[in-house]
Write a protein that binds this ligand. Structure first.
Ligand code: HEC
Ligand code: HEC
Ligand code: HEC
Ligand code: HEC
Ligand code: HEC
Length: 192
């Protein structure tokens, strides 16, 4: 009798419990990892602005709005005045453009929700990457096809390092065109 209870515990109960523990841990790990990656994050924005329309169909250059990309750390989201260059006249009948115009007239910034965000302890600089010829799409995906911006690529340390190690192999044309080098792998380059 005692032997068979022990036998039951060892042969069935224990393996089943272990399996459940491992399965729960694995699922939690991958779910929270996805969240940390932020892949798929696409918040609803206060104005229904579409990159597909403006950057895709209308072909407005990214840098017309994101003026910081060649100059420093931040790409910068444009002020309402940039939009009003066109929307003083374009589609003033649209409720979304009326909302936009109200921000402009009230001298208030549009409270855009940030999509891509590294932790505070990481240093990243757009200009170093963009001036060496790396396309926005390498890191942000096909933004010009997105009605709503979503993060499509993970920005984990391993992803930065993967490109830093292989940049010269991956972008041989940029090596001759802009003198692109491999990126740094030492800790202090990205953690200052
Ligand atoms: C007419 C102005 C305009 C143009 C042109 C434009 N953008 Fe944007 N972009 C915005 C605005 C406004 C936002 C903030 C709202 C949003 O996320 O949709 C934004 C947001 C973004 C974001 C997300 C920022 C974050 O919070 O992480 C990325 C990435 C981006 N743009 C890349 C691009 C790329 C790449 C192009 C060219 C293919 C481009 N944009 C062209 C105005 C513009
Ligand atoms: C170079 C000119 C230009 C700039 C700059 C521009 N837009 Fe537009 N936008 C247009 C035009 C033209 C349309 C209408 C396209 C159509 O209806 O076919 C439009 C359409 C829109 C619409 C859709 C309106 C609707 O209800 O259908 C929104 C919203 C919008 N723009 C927001 C913005 C915001 C926000 C910015 C600044 C970040 C911006 N636009 C910058 C030209 C521009
Ligand atoms: C090498 C990868 C890489 C390239 C290339 C790149 N970005 Fe980014 N971008 C990032 C990262 C990483 C962040 C988050 C930065 C942070 O949180 O400090 C970001 C954030 C942004 C943001 C929001 C925050 C900010 O910096 O203003 C915008 C807008 C943006 N990128 C637009 C662009 C545009 C437009 C281009 C092309 C001209 C571009 N990016 C090229 C990696 C890249
Ligand atoms: C698509 C490739 C690519 C990705 C992705 C990428 N980098 Fe880079 N990075 C480069 C290249 C190439 C260089 C070196 C450019 C040169 O000096 O020619 C570089 C240089 C740097 C530098 C040194 C220059 C400086 O600003 O001090 C830092 C820091 C850096 N990257 C941080 C990051 C971080 C953080 C990430 C991830 C969020 C990242 N990079 C993602 C390609 C990439
Ligand atoms: C090319 C840029 C880059 C380099 C080089 C780099 N890191 Fe990171 N590191 C990141 C980014 C981006 C993150 C945030 C995303 C993440 O947690 O993976 C990060 C996160 C971390 C974290 C926090 C991890 C967590 O779980 O929160 C630690 C610790 C760390 N790095 C240590 C290091 C050490 C040690 C080195 C040198 C051997 C190093 N890093 C080199 C980009 C870099």
């Amino acid at each position: 009798m005692r032997k068979s209870v022990l036998d039951y515990i060892l042969r069935i109960y224990l393996p089943v419990t272990l399996l459940i523990v491992v399965a729960t841990y694995t699922v939690t790990y991958f779910v929270s990892r996805e969240e940390r990656y932020h892949v798929g994050y696409a918040p609803t924005q206060p104005i229904n602005y579409s990159h597909e329309l403006h950057a895709g169909q209308m072909g407005i250059d990214c840098q017309y709005c994101h003026t910081g990309v060649t100059k420093g750390r931040h790409a910068m989201v444009p002020p309402v005045s940039t939009c009003m260059n066109c929307h003083q006249v374009a589609r003033t009948d649209s409720p979304e453009i009326q909302k936009l115009t109200k921000f402009y007239n009230d001298d208030q910034p549009v409270p855009w929700k940030r999509v891509h965000k590294l932790p505070e302890h990481v240093y990243f600089n757009h200009s170093v990457h963009v001036n060496k010829g790396l396309a926005c799409q390498e890191c942000h995906g096909q933004i010009q096809t997105m009605p709503v911006v979503a993060q499509v690529k993970p920005f984990m340390m391993a992803d930065c390092l993967e490109c830093h190690r292989t940049a010269k192999e991956k972008f041989p044309h940029l090596v001759s065109l802009t003198g692109l080098k491999n990126g740094p792998e030492n800790c202090t380059a990205c953690h200052r």
